[in-house]
Design a protein around this ligand. Structure first.
Ligand SMILES: NC(=O)c1ccc[n+]([C@@H]2O[C@H](COP(=O)([O-])OP(=O)(O)OC[C@H]3O[C@@H](n4cnc5c(N)ncnc54)[C@H](O)[C@@H]3O)[C@@H](O)[C@H]2O)c1
Length: 348
């Protein structure tokens, strides 16, 4: 992630002043690799040693998003945090309170919103071409994508959960297209049949940790109703017997339907991916499918998302996301875990 974010910050004109990593030697290696003058072995040392820093990018395991974000806000910095925003909705509320107190901005790296297809689609939605989105289906499904066994990704205490919290991007994108309505009820189920099965390991992630914990789901399915009457169904997996990896939001509006999709040829390899952006309308008695051509973006919006953070804190562009939206997203995720536990629908 660091290489994309560094490229995005620099593209928007920011200077990367320093890098910090708690693992001994890691920050010095990153500083050397990315041409950064100063490195630290803790965030505390960085905030003390480089007071000229105006903004901090938090790219650490999920459990540390909230404490480091709040630590940086308290030190008077704007924060760009990796996804998920935090482990749960309660933690997002704490971040919102800290940001308000500090008078600083917090954005999250929902990079899929910055993809050219997502922005092209959002323009049609804002222009009224789609009408009201009544229903949407969000999917990020992998066939063999467990990101290592026993590391932080598969340890619920450190990650907050499995693919439901890790691959939350399409649920976020669907809610973004729908106008980020307030969730009302959620019904969900999670499955863990393959989470210990080495056949389902992905080609990326972190090394396996012998003796480590693996206690998260490998797939989640859910249905969300919103106070506006809109509905969303979702499917997310690291391991599920599907034909191929699929990353998509499909929706049905009152004037048009649509789809934003990335299909991977080989699980997880971006350079074999096919991106699609389509609208479905009825015109002159015909069913018409419009295919929208956008520029290729292998990085899935990661550079654009980081650049937007810099532009947003400088007041040069609207922020691509808000902490209030992050709160609604985490409320949905919390409710799917709660529903899976009780077997009952959850009211938010
Ligand atoms: N948006 C995306 O497309 C995308 C892609 C990959 C990862 N991510 C997110 O990025 C985050 C990091 O994932 P990763 O795969 O790079 O993890 P990783 O385990 O490879 O790297 C995390 C780094 O954080 C350091 N660290 C841990 N705790 C720290 C602390 N308290 N202070 C300073 N440094 C600390 C570790 O030493 C390590 O070098 C996760 O939240 C993940 O969800 C996002």
């Amino acid at each position: 992630m660091f290489q994309y974010l560094a490229a995005g910050f620099r593209q928007a004109g920011a200077e990367i002043v320093a890098v910090a990593d708690a693992a001994p030697g890691a920050a010095a290696r990153a500083a050397e690799k990315y041409g950064i003058a100063t490195s630290y072995e803790s965030v505390e040392a960085m905030l003390k040693g480089s007071p000229e820093i105006q903004a901090v990018s938090v790219i650490v395991p999920n459990k540390f998003h909230k404490p480091l974000t709040i630590q940086c806000l308290k030190a008077g910095k704007h924060v760009f945090s990796e996804k998920p925003p935090a482990l749960n909705a309660k933690e997002v509320k704490e971040i919102i309170a800290a940001a308000e107190k500090a008078g600083k901005k917090v954005l999250f790296n929902f990079n899929n919103r910055a993809r050219p297809e997502s922005q092209a689609m959002m323009k049609y939605i804002k222009d009224g071409v789609v009408g009201k989105i009544n229903s949407a289906q969000a999917k990020w499904i992998r066939r063999t994508g467990i990101p290592g066994f026993g590391g932080w990704f598969t340890t619920k205490d450190l990650s907050g959960g499995g693919p439901l919290i890790d691959l939350l991007h399409m649920v976020d994108l669907a809610m973004y297209f729908m106008g980020y309505p307030e969730p009302a009820h959620v019904l969900g189920q999670t499955f863990s049949d393959f989470i210990q099965d080495k056949q389902f390991k992905g080609p990326w992630g972190i090394p396996d940790r012998v003796g480590g914990t693996t206690d998260v789901e490998n797939a989640a399915h859910g249905f969300v109703t919103f106070k506006t009457g809109q509905v969303l169904s979702l499917q997310v997996s690291w391991a599920e017997m599907i034909k191929r990896e699929e990353v998509s939001v499909v929706f049905q509006g009152t004037k048009a339907g649509g789809k934003v999709e990335r299909l991977f040829g080989i699980d997880g390899l971006d350079n074999t991916a096919i991106d699609t952006c389509e609208l479905y309308v009825q015109e002159n008695g015909n069913s018409v499918n419009r295919s929208i051509t956008t520029t290729a973006c292998e990085d899935m919006g990661r550079i654009g998302s980081a650049a937007n953070f810099i532009e947003a804190i400088e007041g040069k562009a609207p922020a691509l996301n808000t902490p209030e939206q992050a709160l609604r997203l985490m409320q949905v995720i919390d409710a799917i875990y709660a529903s899976a536990k009780t077997g009952k629908p959850v009211a938010i």
